[in-house]
Design a protein around this ligand. Structure first.
Ligand code: T5A
Length: 230
């Protein structure tokens, strides 16, 4: 393992050991099916009495819901740097109000999008400097990192074709080249940090994706959260 990757893995483990809970994030291009899968997962976790929180970025707090509306309203003029900073403002509130308290309470926290979305969308998509985005991610999260990130990978065209025509939000309406850069950004991030990322083929039928998702979670969290989703 390259020295830089090893250092990142050690730091991620160190940060997660600080809390009794566990932080997992879900990422992917538009229409990959994260929201559908996390809802199914939450039902299974409830049946197993596993204390957990499902949340999303942006929009996981009352403040975040307002920021989310601004960010996703079609036709809203939002300069790239303003966009980046609004996602970061949402995240700072989200970490302080929801994520960190849940981790302190020993819960399994499943977050639909997090810091990697900013790198993929504002970095690879909008061409904002990635080092700057990483610094802002550090600032807004206080250095909190997920123990594991699952990439729901799908070709941009296939993901977009799952959305309801005419109901797309401001970001979903971006040109196909933007969405392709986002996807290639995710693949580059996953390749650079393989010990944190797991990649799922999200183009497969819903039940196949669900099986793969449950298997990944059971393998990673089985002993800590007494979890068997298989
Ligand atoms: N963003 C976010 C940034 O630019 N920077 C940031 O820092 C952050 C945090 C958020 C937007 O903000 C951007 C990224 C996003 O553009 P959102 O609504 O939260 O907006 O966006 P998404 O997370 O992309 O939500 P989506 O609903 O578009 O995608 P999901 O959650 O991956 O997909 P889901 O589950 O809603 O499924 C979409 C459709 O596909 C069907 C579902 O039934 C649904 O109709 N489906 C399947 N169909 C066939 N086969 C399967 N396996 C299927 N799985 C689901």
């Amino acid at each position: 393992m390259p020295a830089d990757t090893k250092r990142k893995a050690e730091r991620t483990a160190e940060l997660n050991d600080t809390y009794p809970g566990t932080f997992i994030t879900l990422e992917g291009p538009e229409g990959a099916g994260k929201t559908t899968q996390v809802k199914l997962l939450s039902k299974a976790l409830t049946n197993l009495d596993v204390p957990h929180v499902v949340t999303r970025d942006p929009g996981g707090t009352p403040l975040g819901k307002q920021v989310r509306r601004i960010l996703l309203t079609p036709g809203m003029e939002v300069a790239p740097m303003a966009e980046l900073l609004l996602y970061q403002a949402d995240r700072a509130q989200h970490v302080a109000e929801v994520i960190r308290p849940a981790l302190e309470a020993g819960k399994l926290v499943l977050c639909d999008r997090f810091v990697d979305s900013s790198i993929a969308y504002q970095g690879y998509g909008r061409n904002i400097d990635i080092k700057l985005i990483k610094d802002l991610n550090e600032l807004s999260t206080g250095g909190l990192r997920p123990l594991m990130t699952i990439l729901f990978d799908i070709q941009s065209e296939d993901g977009l074709s799952r959305l309801h025509p005419g109901a797309e939000d401001r970001i979903e309406r971006e040109a196909i080249d933007f969405h392709k850069r986002v996807r290639s950004g995710y693949l580059a991030l996953a390749e650079a940090e393989p010990e944190r990322w797991r990649i799922l083929d999200a183009a497969k039928p819903l039940t196949t994706v669900q099986e793969q998702f449950m298997k990944i979670l059971t393998t990673k969290l089985g002993s800590k959260h007494k979890l068997n989703l298989l």
